[in-house]
Design a protein. Structure first.
Length: 276
């Protein structure tokens, strides 16, 4: 065993010894195009239709937003009665007591899509970010689609202000609701399934998750379950197949990934599929 292999093994052992997902609450990560059934599940995870829900559209890039953003409208159409849009591009505002007041009792927060670095610039290191953790501590849910899913990992994929095709950019730190995890989206719809290796080449200790459109994962603790219509790609350095894989001829370069579909479960701490 050479030095690099030993280092990677040690890092993976350390990863397995720590909590990956949030200790309390849950996450809903969608790879783009939130379906009504996903919206219904988000409302349920927040505690029901009367629970206070905040929608944050900041990744979209507009200076101002009204109360009728796409996700806010969807959640109201599905019966949620206390939906409020919360937005600023100014971290000083995001760090103020007035701004965070709606988050004090929130049971659900949903990040809409756009560019994930905008969420970093507006909220990272502020009282708003602290309040997001409090939502989880209270047993609430944090959801997000596209950029709103990616921001929830600890390493920020596509976090470059120049172009979203740059996987390792000038913003590399996400909110870290999932530790030692990096998240990509729109995977199969945009033929992005090899892009994750640009990150993992330099950060082999990370678990890569890449979520297709109209597909999501519901995270509770260290495990997630796939929901929706397409696939989630897992990049954990190994391979899995529901029909077995002992006789498969796999690539020699170890750039491996595999697909999970609705109903499949995965343990991010142990880095294995939870067999049914």
């Amino acid at each position: 065993m050479n030095g690099l292999t030993l280092l990677v093994c040690c890092l993976m052992a350390y990863q397995q010894a720590i909590q990956v997902g949030p200790a309390n609450g849950s996450l809903l990560l969608v790879g783009g195009d939130v379906t009504p059934s996903m919206g219904q599940q988000f409302i349920a995870l927040a505690g029901g239709a009367e629970s206070p829900i905040m929608v944050i559209p900041t990744a979209g890039g507009a200076a101002e937003y009204g109360q009728q953003t796409p996700i806010a409208q969807l959640l109201r159409q599905l019966g949620a009665t206390q939906v409020e849009v919360l937005h600023t591009v100014n971290p000083e505002v995001a760090d103020s007591q007035d701004f965070i007041q709606p988050l004090v009792k929130a049971k659900g927060v949903f990040f809409e899509g756009g560019r994930q670095w905008r969420l970093v610039d507006a909220y990272q290191g502020t009282k708003t970010e602290q309040m997001l953790w409090q939502v989880l501590e209270r047993g609430g849910v944090i959801g997000g689609s596209s950029a709103g899913a990616t921001i929830q990992g600890s390493f920020l994929a596509r976090g470059d202000t120049r172009h979203n095709q740059i996987m390792v950019g000038d913003h590399q730190q996400g909110f870290g609701f999932l530790k030692n995890v990096t998240i990509d989206q729109h995977t199969l719809a945009r033929n992005r399934h090899f892009d994750m290796f640009q990150i993992l080449k330099g950060r082999p200790e990370l678990l890569g998750l890449s979520i297709d459109e109209m597909t999501g994962v519901v995270v509770t603790g260290d495990q997630f379950e796939v929901i929706g219509e397409s696939y989630v790609l897992v990049y954990d350095g190994g391979f899995w197949s529901r029909e077995g894989w002992s006789m498969k001829v796999l690539p020699q370069d170890k750039n491996l990934f595999y697909f999970l579909r609705a109903g499949d479960r995965y343990d991010m701490a142990e880095r294995r599929v939870v067999e049914r």
